[in-house]
Design a protein around this ligand. Structure first.
Ligand code: AMP
Length: 301
């Protein structure tokens, strides 16, 4: 089994109550493919520009992320995003977004990726996601992650994408924005199921996350870490880990879904304990398993 992730590879400038970083490694595809690689073969489709630091490719490769699908273009710069977090780290403001080489990105899928079993369409333009999907022979599971930027700016393309995927993963405010349903995240999730996907995963920050399909509802609380330094990439690492565990399990049983939600929560918590991938890069599978065991002990059943 293998997880193919398409998403951004970016430079992020970050400002949080605990410090700041300028042009550090980021991007939805980077966080998600790194998180998936704890569990299964992980492949990344992304584009970067002439200013890309090759040391970042080495970092990802050394964690077994296959970068054959990483296109390095010489005619532009890498995507740049800058964000500032409030004292309540669930609130963030985008200060700068420069798509650069991501503008009109046409993903190139290497032949060696065409047999990918699991596809994670991370945050990138919905039409790039659709183009990528056409290149994959017969994926077992296709999940898309989306964000407010694409809901606000590319709604029609996003709605077309929703009809081609198995699952959608998004946070509660995005679910309300996408559906116009503000009464509760579960009401919004039900409405999303009417838009195409078989299941939806709604992330709710400190309130955890839930998985809903026509017949199932699974809930997971957030892991109570006291060391949040930089929440960037929490959602992407959650999605990548969830797909990694589902690929490792090779089936979509209730048991494997619950395991995927537990591991996704723990991997996201490990990511946000450092800026960018500064700490995350040193996390090993044993550290993840150890924290999952601790998390299980905290749960009431
Ligand atoms: P998250 O905190 O999980 O929402 O992910 C934040 C990451 O997404 C950052 O590393 C950014 O580089 C990246 N990002 C921010 N805006 C966009 C966008 N419009 N398209 C793709 N990636 C983005």
């Amino acid at each position: 089994m293998s997880v193919l992730t398409i998403g951004s590879a970016a430079y992020d400038s970050l400002d949080t109550p605990y410090g700041a970083r300028d042009r550090s490694l980021g991007g939805s595809g980077v966080y998600a493919s790194f998180a998936a690689s704890f569990f299964t073969q992980s492949r990344l489709v992304a584009v970067v520009g002439k200013d890309w630091n090759s040391a970042y490719s080495e970092l990802l490769s050394s964690h077994n992320v296959d970068l054959e699908g990483l296109e390095v273009r010489s005619d532009g710069d890498t995507m740049f995003w800058s964000g500032r977090y409030d004292n309540d780290v669930n609130k963030r403001e985008t200060l700068v977004f420069q798509a650069n080489v991501m503008t009109d990105y046409k993903p190139i899928v290497p032949d060696s990726y065409r047999d990918s079993s699991h596809v994670l369409l991370g945050n990138c333009a919905p039409d790039s996601c659709l183009a990528l999907l056409d290149s994959i022979a017969s994926p077992k599971l296709v999940v898309a992650d989306t964000m407010d930027f694409y809901i606000n700016n590319m709604r029609d393309e996003l709605c077309a994408l929703l009809r081609r995927i198995d699952g959608l993963i998004l946070n509660d405010s995005e679910a309300a924005l996408l559906t116009g349903v503000e009464s509760s995240p579960r009401d919004a999730a039900r409405k999303i199921l009417e838009m195409g996907p078989r299941f939806v995963v709604v992330k709710r920050g400190e309130y955890g996350a839930f998985w809903m399909s026509g017949s199932e509802l699974f809930l997971v609380p957030s892991y109570p870490t006291d060391n949040v330094l930089d929440p960037t990439g929490a959602g992407d690492s959650f999605a990548g880990a969830m797909m990694g565990v589902l690929a490792e399990a090779g089936e979509l049983s209730a048991e494997s879904i619950k395991k995927a939600l537990l591991y996704a929560t723990v991997v996201a918590s490990l990511n946000i304990e450092g800026f960018s991938l500064e700490r995350f890069q040193y996390v090993r599978r044993e550290d993840v398993d150890e924290r999952v065991a601790k998390f299980r002990e905290m749960l009431v059943c």
